[in-house]
Design a protein around this ligand. Structure first.
Ligand SMILES: Nc1ncnc2c1ncn2[C@@H]1O[C@H](COP(=O)(O)OP(=O)(O)OP(=O)(O)O)[C@@H](O)[C@H]1O
Ligand SMILES: [Mg+2]
Length: 339
């Protein structure tokens, strides 16, 4: 099989936070690749490390956070070698040239991006002029075009309005506009739809997919909802407690889920075509505190299949088939016969 064309390779990424004397291992050896032009979804419950994984990619960690190991490589089209983003410091010129221009992010909280005291037009304009040498007139024309593409009604009126004059869904569209205005190679969308009602969620998903298809943008889309994954993803990575426990194409993971956590996640959300009358299961137990020290699988405590070995040994990735891998002792060769 031909080698796939990857735009981003994350290898054994470890991200930590210092909190007093404690160290929080928010991202604990995460590896995944993003295929050029495709949508990768990262899915998992609150606190599993989704946001910190993508913040690490762009060196956007809080002051007490740092990358403790691993690498992030960005393969710009036509370049003969990758840019190792994990080696750039957080305020370096190199990473600032990439943020917003080559790799853009829609943040979980729109108000962390939108400044309440400036009009939205000015904010989109600033992003564009920061990265491209064009006249204000050209910039304005491009913004109007984009606002039109994003189906924002009366864009010329909207351009001069302030964030508080926008509804949640419209604010989210403005976030998409700020992220897309420089035509980035990679769009990272961190739960852009969670706070929105279902109809508006579906519209935002459509917009992101439209952008991906029309511009060939590669996308990392974060969600805790398997239904959204089914809607939008080409590939999926399931995270639990700072680790990826299963990954594969959306088809592999949905038709043949392996990890007990993936299976539980699938049962806990409505998935397309599911019988609406069926009550939704919730996953028993809660995610342990991020500073818990483990000697074995982090999910063992909540797992109906866990054996004693699961509490005492870290699982390693097992390949189910090409591109589909799972981190669970149940699948490690010889495990059934062990002890
Ligand atoms: N600045 C910080 N200092 C200490 N711990 C932090 C910091 N930022 C994040 N964490 C911890 O890192 C872990 C992963 O957080 P992260 O924000 O990546 O979760 P998430 O998967 O995005 O969750 P959510 O779905 O709620 O957004 C959590 O346990 C969180 O408390
Ligand atoms: Mg998050």
């Amino acid at each position: 099989m031909a080698e796939k064309d990857y735009i981003l390779k994350v290898d054994d990424l470890k991200t930590e936070f210092k909190v007093g004397k404690r160290v929080v291992h928010a991202v604990n050896g995460v590896s995944f690749n993003v295929e050029r032009g495709k949508i990768l979804c990262i899915v998992g419950e609150s606190g599993c490390g989704k946001s910190q994984t993508v913040h690490s990619i762009l060196q956007l960690l809080a002051e007490n956070g740092y990358i403790a190991g691993g690498s992030v490589e960005y393969f710009k089209k036509g370049a003969n070698k990758p840019q190792v983003l994990s080696s750039y410091s957080r305020n370096s010129k190199k990473i600032r040239a990439i943020r917003g221009k080559e790799i853009a992010m829609i943040f979980q909280d729109p108000m962390s991006t939108l400044n309440p005291v400036y009009t939205v037009g000015r904010q989109i304009m600033e992003m564009l002029l920061k990265h491209e040498r064009i006249s204000k007139k050209e910039a304005k024309a491009r913004i109007m075009q984009l606002l039109n593409d994003l189906e924002i009604p009366t864009p010329e009126v909207r351009y001069d309005q302030y964030p508080h004059e926008f509804s949640g869904g419209m604010k989210q569209r403005i976030m998409v506009a700020i992220a897309m205005i420089c035509n980035p190679d990679i769009l990272i969308a961190d739960e852009p739809t969670t706070a929105l009602d279902v109809t508006i969620q579906a519209q935002i998903l459509d917009l992101i997919r439209k952008m991906q298809q029309e511009h060939g943008t590669s996308v990392i889309f974060i969600t805790h909802n398997m239904g959204v994954v089914a809607e939008i993803a080409d590939d999926v990575a399931v995270m639990y407690m700072g680790r990826i426990v299963e990954q594969g194409t959306v088809k592999q993971v949905f038709t043949n889920p392996q990890h007990p956590y993936t299976k539980a996640l699938m049962r806990s959300v409505p998935v397309m075509g599911m019988d609406k009358a069926r009550a939704l299961d919730t996953i028993e137990g809660t995610t342990p505190d991020a500073s818990t020290v483990f000697h074995g699988c982090e999910f063992a405590d909540r797992c109906t299949y866990a054996t004693e070995a699961c509490f005492n040994r870290f699982p390693i990735d097992t390949i189910i088939e090409d591109g589909h891998r799972v981190r669970c002792l149940l699948f490690e060769e010889g495990e059934q016969n062990a002890e």
